[in-house]
Ligand binder design. Structure first.
Ligand code: FAD
Ligand code: FES
Length: 319
């Protein structure tokens, strides 16, 4: 597809979407009342600095990024154009795992043709990104104990939360087996307490991550007020929401949805949420995960039983 000269790297289709989004910036749903939101959206041709296998089918891709990296807030994502696929193919969304001056990293799992094509990226290759996108996690509230709960590559979305938090907290991470436990040592190096559970018992305690979470909540909370930050498969997010809503705790989850445009225009990514109308009455509405999320307040999500999701990295267990 022909590129427009005045937005390098942007296809005609994306340019039209961008105009559309610019005209629909007014957000119908907002979950964050205590956070600064970044609405800046940049397009950048980044360069691969490193690309390596981390665990099993997971890879760490580090990109040289002068524009997007410094603007990233915890929980935001980038929309990546997979270079070896045709221009017309949709971009793929990935949480920003690390961001520091001049570079950003994503941690990804190969699940289909886009991520498979990404495996062939080499140092020096160019990768076009749009980002930082979406509304990320709010700052940890004063006097609360941050509790991070992750499944698989959900750890990627949570690293910046831990790195930028004022205090230290605790991380519960789960997966099917040891290969799904990513970057636990990165969190330990930040001084966070990391607890691991795997379904087959190959790392940490055997069982679901909610089992070790519940045990800790019952025995070790000791009057402190937890604030939850979660990212992972739907079952895990739902379990976190159930616990926070029941106890009146604050909780934030990052939702994973198939995305088309990533810019709020195609409505491929909607999630049912609770919100209040102008008169203060509660109602439900559709929120776009790409622009009003991916991070939502637990109390706002309307969970519908659509059956179990079954694909790689997104488990089928009941939490
Ligand atoms: C906000 C956000 C952040 C994300 N962060 C990460 C990350 O940090 N690391 C990472 O590995 N992945 C992340 N993902 C998921 C990632 O975008 C998909 O795995 C990727 O787009 C798959 O592309 P593909 O072409 O390889 O797979 P496809 O060939 O498109 O699909 C392969 C299989 O994966 C399923 N699938 C594809 N995309 C999704 C999705 N978004 N949710 C659920 N199932 C899906 C398909 O149904 C199919 O079964 C994130 C998604 C979102 C929305
Ligand atoms: S992906 Fe198009 S509106 Fe969210």
């Amino acid at each position: 597809m022909k590129k427009l000269d005045f937005f390098p790297g942007l296809s005609h289709f994306e340019y039209v979407l961008r105009l559309f989004v610019a005209g629909t910036r007014e957000r119908s749903y907002t979950s964050h009342d205590n956070n600064v939101q970044t609405l800046a959206m940049l397009i950048e041709n980044t360069t691969v600095l490193h690309h390596k296998v981390v665990n099993g089918g997971y890879r760490l891709l580090t990109l040289k990024s002068k524009l997007i990296a410094p603007a990233v807030q915890p929980g935001q994502f980038v929309h990546l154009r997979v270079p070896s696929l045709a221009d017309a193919v949709l971009r793929r969304p990935f949480s920003v795992f690390r961001a520091q001056a001049g570079r950003l990293a994503i941690l990804y799992k190969t699940v289909g043709k886009g991520t498979q094509a990404m495996e062939s990226l080499r140092t020096g290759d160019e990768v076009n990104l749009i980002g930082p996108l979406g509304i990320g996690y709010p700052n940890v509230r004063r006097n609360s104990l941050p509790v991070l709960v992750a499944g698989g590559y959900g750890m990627a979305a949570l690293y910046l939360v831990a790195q930028r938090a004022r205090g230290k907290g605790i991380v519960f991470v789960g997966g099917k087996c040891a290969d799904d436990i990513l970057c636990a040592d990165d969190f330990r190096r930040l001084g966070w307490n990391v607890r691991v559970a795997t379904e087959d018992g190959s790392a940490g305690q055997k069982g679901l991550v909610t089992r070790i979470l519940d045990a800790w909540l019952n025995k070790d909370l000791r009057g402190r007020t937890p604030e939850f930050f979660a990212c992972g498969p739907n079952g895990l997010l739902k379990a976190v929401c159930k616990r926070t809503v029941r106890c009146g705790w604050s909780g934030w989850i990052s939702m994973d949805r198939h995305m088309g445009c990533g810019l709020g225009a195609c409505l491929a990514c909607v999630q049912k949420v609770r919100m209040r109308d102008a008169a203060g009455r509660e109602k439900w509405a559709w929120a776009r995960v790409c622009t009003e999320g991916p991070v939502f307040a637990c109390r706002d999500i309307v969970w519908e039983d659509r059956g179990r999701t079954t694909d790689a990295g997104r488990q089928t267990s009941d939490f």
